[in-house]
Design a protein around this ligand. Structure first.
Ligand SMILES: [Zn+2]
Length: 207
């Protein structure tokens, strides 16, 4: 069946695409999906329960049984049948520059200046040439001048100390880092599973 949005999405921000948070049957976040994928889960009856407010109403064809138009109300968080084949808690979140930028709140790790996402550089704390790896624990964002000044040296050698510590995001933090236009009930759900001192809660400036 072909589904179309019946209502404008009530809390859509500035005409941008809405994301729905997909959980497994146990309530563990799996991924962000678009309204089309979410509708498919509703239509094939695989949505077990939902959280959050309705964010869109989708209109399908006429039902042969009732003679009425099929309607699906999408919620901002849906739990779908089945469990993930892999335990996402065991998987290190993939690193992207965008997520790194958000983890580090767009602040240069050495001088603390606010940098735009385009100008931010993924900086190896221990340089690549000295065996430093491309991992969450060895990367921070820095501005270009700091990156160039530090060059191929360790922070100690360069006399440049880190203003904040790198860390590996948890599954819930990773969902926030990769989310787009996160709605407040989605944010509340994810934030409830974060440590109270999570840096992401201090300044989720992209939400
Ligand atoms: Zn800097």
């Amino acid at each position: 069946m072909f589904w179309r949005a019946l209502t404008s999405i009530s809390r859509q921000k500035g005409g941008v695409v809405l994301s729905i948070l997909k959980l497994d049957a146990g309530g563990i976040p799996q991924c962000w999906i678009d309204t089309e994928d979410a509708t498919r889960h509703y239509a094939d009856d695989s949505v077990l329960w939902t959280l959050g407010d309705p964010v869109a109403i989708m209109r399908g064809g006429m039902s042969r049984l009732t003679g009425r138009q099929s309607i699906i109300e999408l919620h901002s968080i849906i739990a779908v049948k089945g469990s993930a084949k892999i335990n996402l808690f065991d998987v290190l979140p993939a690193i992207t520059k965008r997520k790194l930028y958000r983890r580090d709140r767009g602040l240069c790790a050495y001088c603390g200046c606010r940098i735009s996402e385009n100008d931010a550089e993924a900086e190896h704390i221990i340089p690549n040439s000295r065996g430093g790896s491309y991992t969450w624990m060895n990367l921070v964002v820095s501005c270009r001048p700091c990156n160039q000044r530090k060059g191929n040296r360790t922070p100690e050698r360069a006399g440049m100390s880190l203003l904040y510590a790198p860390y590996t995001p948890s599954l819930y933090e990773d969902m926030i880092l990769k989310g787009r236009n996160i709605l407040s009930d989605q944010m509340d759900f994810l934030a409830a599973n974060l440590p109270k001192d999570s840096r992401i809660l201090q300044d989720p400036f992209w939400v």
